[in-house]
Design a protein around this ligand. Structure first.
Ligand SMILES: Nc1ncnc2c1ncn2[C@@H]1O[C@H](COP(=O)(O)OP(=O)(O)OP(=O)(O)O)[C@@H](O)[C@H]1O
Length: 325
């Protein structure tokens, strides 16, 4: 278990991490989601005592990282896959780490086997592809057979096979009862991997929720209706016990019905429709809306058009902040 309490990091006047408090629990994959620059890596670095917090604390199984007798046996991490010594073989990179941490040499071959690098164990790691480098980084995280594992953007730049492999591994490790904490800036990736979700923006906690709850709240289905007889249509809808919310340009959005039922209702009352379409708000949209105010660098053209407006009736709802849940 990892517990953060009021964790804060300032770089000069920049507040990178702002009073973060949450708990990462065992037996599940916890996704750590936030746009670029949200403070994910800085938070993870403080969890591993690689950066000093300005204030607040991190506890790993109730203790500060520095109080752990053999840290690699408690918590393993993949922060930067390029951190390996390129001139050494994969085997020797891991062996050095094992020796420095009193881990038996046989574990090196074991973890190379787990990550599928046994065949290239004697090859220098500087010749490794991005995917092989990620696998080697994961092997080093697994070396001490720790109960807690942290991965910072592990699927970045990987091909679909590599992404699938990492997802499957993380889920299997969680099923063994381990605490798995993984960062990403992609909601779609988290939806496939994480059981629990921590969302941050500009260093602040925006959501702490189960993935199932997030999906339930944000996968809103509704029907969009546009009619030149908008007022009559509103009356007909209300007569049928349906509530319509008004979106942009006179568009009406109706929850709890179908295109078929609404098309027939309009025809019955001889109302003209210019649009009748089924809609589903995507999780990615929900995430973008949640973090819209905290994105550091906005693109102006295509991205701005893709991002939904931050407020308005069309806005999908997100799970409320639910600390300590
Ligand atoms: N050593 C540093 N000195 C000054 N500012 C820093 C330093 N490290 C991080 N920052 C700033 O702190 C903020 C948080 O950065 P961080 O790398 O933790 O975000 P992130 O969520 O991991 O982003 P990304 O997804 O882009 O990796 C950013 O604005 C970044 O520019």
């Amino acid at each position: 278990m990892i517990e953060l309490d009021g964790l804060t990091k300032h770089f000069g006047r920049k507040v990178a991490v702002d009073r973060l408090s949450f708990t990462v629990r065992p037996g599940m994959v916890t996704g750590f989601l936030g746009p670029n620059g949200a403070g994910k890596s800085t938070t993870m670095r403080m969890m591993l005592d690689l950066d000093n917090p300005t204030s607040g604390t991190v506890r790993i199984d109730g203790r500060h990282y520095r109080q752990l007798d053999e840290p690699l046996r408690t918590i393993g991490a993949l922060l930067d896959a390029k951190a390996m010594h390129g001139g050494r073989s994969a085997y020797n990179n891991l062996l050095c780490l094992a020796q420095a941490n009193r881990i038996p040499e046989r574990r090196v071959a074991e973890v190379l086997d787990i990550v599928g690098l046994s065949a290239v164990a004697k090859k220098k790691s500087k010749g490794f592809s991005l995917g092989m480098g990620q696998r080697l980084g994961i092997a080093s995280a697994l070396l001490g057979d720790p109960e807690i594992l942290m991965f910072d953007e592990p699927v970045n730049g990987l091909d679909p096979e590599g992404i699938h492999w990492i997802r499957t591994l993380m889920k299997a490790l969680a099923q063994e009862g381990r605490t798995i904490f993984v960062s990403s800036h992609l909601m779609s990736e988290m939806a496939l991997t994480a059981d629990h979700l921590i969302v941050i923006g500009q260093g602040r906690l925006l959501a702490d929720t189960s993935m199932a709850d997030f999906i339930h709240r944000n996968s809103r289905s509704y029907v969009r209706l546009r009619s030149p007889q908008r007022e009559q249509l509103l009356d007909v809808l209300s007569g049928a016990g349906l509530t319509a919310t008004e979106a942009e340009d006179g568009v009406l959005e109706v929850d709890g019905s179908t295109t078929e039922a609404l098309g027939e209702l309009a025809a019955e009352h001889r109302l003209v429709l210019h649009e009748l379409s089924a809609q589903r708000a995507s999780l990615e949209e929900a995430f973008m809306q949640m973090t819209a105010a905290s994105v550091e660098y906005h693109a102006h053209s295509a991205d701005a058009a893709a991002a939904p407006p931050p407020t308005g009736p069309a806005a999908p709802q997100w799970a409320p902040r639910n600390e300590g849940a």
